[in-house]
Design a protein around this ligand. Structure first.
Ligand code: PGA
Length: 253
């Protein structure tokens, strides 16, 4: 079975102490994950080691970075490299979140570099794509997402692309309380998978987890995750509430 992932995206929220408490409360629920399931916590950089320590020994739980530099190393004040993340054994890195694209001008070509540098360091990119409201309203969302994938990912070999996780996050659903309907989510996920199948192979497309993001809540996770092409979620707001995120982890297929 394809990997199913519940990924928390804390964004720029919580103090260190609040982060410790949140993780401890979720871990106290002692949710056992099957071999194909993962619970991933994308925490702020200064909390990565804390999260690693707490998650150590918990099977199929992992910490993730929310971003990394597109540069290898050097005079780039304030940046964090994939090599640094690797040196503290980080296994996942969120890339191309719409907030990074919007507020920090990240473009498809820069994200291609970031993805390549994560792969070179053995870090699984959780590559985000998704359309803004105007594109959805114009009915051209599938082409928009396809271009994001093509310009950032399609230079990779089949072996490399199999190491990537994709997160489809319609921007109009992020932090708005407005979730994509089951039909809208399944339709886009199926389209992403078909695009991967056409470029690579059906077997590879079937192997790649595609997470849904955008107002995933404790109350709608099970319905979304049950969709045939939805392999879990990337969760912002609801990942900051222990009971809610625990329920979201439990909703994995
Ligand atoms: P949200 O955020 O769950 O608060 O909508 C999702 C995300 O931005 O990853």
């Amino acid at each position: 079975m394809r990997q199913q992932i519940a990924a928390a995206n804390w964004k720029m929220n919580l103090t260190y102490q609040q982060g410790e408490e949140l993780l401890d409360t979720i871990l106290a629920e002692d949710i056992t994950l099957s071999t194909h399931q993962r619970a991933v916590f994308a925490v702020p950089f200064p909390y990565l080691t804390m999260a690693q320590l707490r998650l150590a020994g918990k099977k199929h739980y992992a910490a993730a970075a929310q971003n990394c530099s597109d540069k290898k190393s050097g005079a780039y004040t304030g940046e964090v490299s994939a090599e640094m993340l690797k040196s503290i054994h980080i296994q996942y890195c969120v890339l191309g979140h719409s907030e990074r694209r919007e507020y920090f001008s990240e473009q498809n070509d820069t994200l291609a570099h970031k993805t390549a540098i994560c792969l070179a360091n053995g870090i699984t990119p959780i590559f985000c794509c998704g359309e803004p409201l105007a594109i959805r309203e114009a009915g051209i969302q599938t082409g928009f997402v396809e271009t994001q994938l093509k310009e950032s990912l399609f230079q990779f070999s089949e072996e490399e692309i199999r190491k990537i996780v994709i997160a489809y996050e319609p921007i109009w659903a992020i932090g708005t309380g407005k979730t994509a309907s089951a039909h809208q989510a399944q339709e886009m996920h199926a389209h992403i998978r078909a695009t991967l199948a056409a470029k690579y192979s059906p077997a590879t497309a079937n192997h790649i987890p595609i997470l849904y993001g955008g107002s995933v809540k404790a109350g709608n996770a099970a319905e979304l995750f049950a969709l045939p092409d939805v392999d879990g979620g990337l969760v912002g707001g609801a990942s900051l509430v222990a009971a809610d995120f625990a329920q979201i982890i439990r909703a994995l297929k």
